[in-house]
Unconditional design. Structure first.
Length: 404
């Protein structure tokens, strides 16, 4: 099959006017300007005035929280967190959240998102996602203070072993955060990911209070959180967040760090040296009323930064292009459109350890694509996408059309 469009945006190369992408099975085999890539025997699907791109990649979300959209008002994280706990405890939680995973996956596909990095608290999301033609990294989450497993490295290993991978499903590991999991268990989780050659992620330096607690100010956290931590004998490691990260991952492969909203001097260089990818969730960041994110310092230092949505308990929808437009239109001095678009495609794929398979249109890569309508006379297709964030007119995962 050959897809032809007004513009083809490979991401790893400049946009191609009147381009084609040739697909065989689940892979891209060629792309280029129209005529040269078109053997006459192949069926051609002419998408017309469309911009054909790699499928978007949302590297950080919690699809099980999709059903709580609109139930929580913008507030600092601790207020939100205690309200969310109450909402989740209402009767019918498992059914409600499983429905949320399904709804969230389809909402993602309809927004042109062909791959998600999804965190599941009880490791219940993967069987739901397995039935849906979306690519996914399903992260099993280690959370020491939780009522349900996984709460320690042994339970994390058991959860990982439960996940039935397939060509669209990769298992991943996530120790929740450095204030909710002891450093030794974070390191054990990263070692497990390394031994299994699977991606890992963690929430890191998300709040000012977390960073103060890690440095040794044990009273920085709100009292309900202090009580929870005390029940599990979780103490401050007495290290700044950046140094603690080095200690937990020294000599091991880099990971995905969700948020990193509060960087200390030297952290950007530290992240760049280690090769970690930071995921900034712009609209969720705004929801929690954090000060401006340090992602531009990270980019200048050579850190790979991707954009994610976080969950719908702190966002309006899972439309990743709207995340890009929010940064482009809503922040002073944003990065150029090409950089922002890369942050939801190739750099987001790297965050999930999938950059060899997806994130750009290249021969040999998986045929995960999205086609977006293009206004007449557009000369810069990436700026068009970033400015307008149009809904897609077609979405393909592993060579199969899944939407529209
Ligand atoms: Zn998160």
């Amino acid at each position: 099959m050959i897809l032809a469009a007004k513009w083809v945006v490979p991401v790893s190369a400049p946009p191609i006017r009147d381009g084609t992408v040739q697909i065989e099975g689940d892979r891209i085999v060629a792309l280029g300007p129209g005529a040269s890539a078109t053997p006459p025997s192949e069926p051609v699907v002419d998408l017309g005035d469309a911009i054909l791109t790699p499928g978007l990649v949302n590297p950080h979300t919690h699809l099980e929280l999709t059903g709580y959209v609109g139930r929580l008002t913008p507030a600092p994280l601790w207020t939100w967190f205690s309200q969310l706990i109450k909402l989740r405890q209402a009767a019918g939680q498992i059914e409600r959240e499983q429905q949320g995973v399904q709804d969230g996956a389809w909402q993602s596909l309809r927004a042109g998102v062909t791959c998600v990095g999804d965190i599941s608290r009880r490791n219940l999301n993967w069987p739901v996602l397995k039935r849906i033609s979306i690519r996914k990294v399903c992260y099993a989450e280690l959370l020491t203070l939780a009522d349900d497993p996984p709460r320690n490295p042994e339970e994390l290993r058991a959860a990982l072993d439960e996940i039935e991978e397939d060509r669209l499903l990769t298992a991943g590991i996530t120790p929740h955060a450095p204030y909710t999991v002891p450093a030794a268990h974070i390191r054990a989780a990263v070692e497990l990911a390394t031994a299994r050659r699977r991606p890992w992620c963690a929430h890191w330096a998300e709040t000012h209070e977390e960073c103060a607690f890690l440095r040794g100010d044990v009273n920085a956290l709100p009292s309900f959180m202090r009580q929870l931590l005390a029940q599990c004998h979780l103490d401050s490691p007495h290290l700044p967040a950046g140094e603690l990260l080095e200690q937990c991952s020294r000599g091991l492969p880099p990971g995905l760090l969700a948020h990193f909203n509060y960087a200390a001097p030297g952290d950007a260089q530290r992240l760049a040296r280690a090769g970690h990818v930071v995921v900034y969730c712009p609209r969720s960041h705004w929801f929690f009323r954090h000060p401006p994110h340090p992602y531009r310092d990270f980019l200048r230092a050579g850190v790979t930064v991707a954009l994610g949505t976080d969950s719908l308990a702190s966002n309006d929808n899972l439309n990743l292009l709207e995340e890009v437009r929010f940064v482009w239109r809503g922040t002073p001095d944003p990065p150029p459109p090409e950089t922002l678009f890369r942050m939801v495609t190739l750099d987001a794929a790297r965050a999930l350890g999938l950059e060899a398979q997806i994130g750009s249109l290249e021969a040999g890569k998986q045929a995960d694509l999205a086609a977006f309508p293009c206004s007449p006379g557009v000369s810069d297709p990436v700026a068009e996408l970033v400015n307008r964030a149009p809904p897609p007119q077609g979405v393909w995962v592993a060579g199969q059309r899944v939407v529209l």
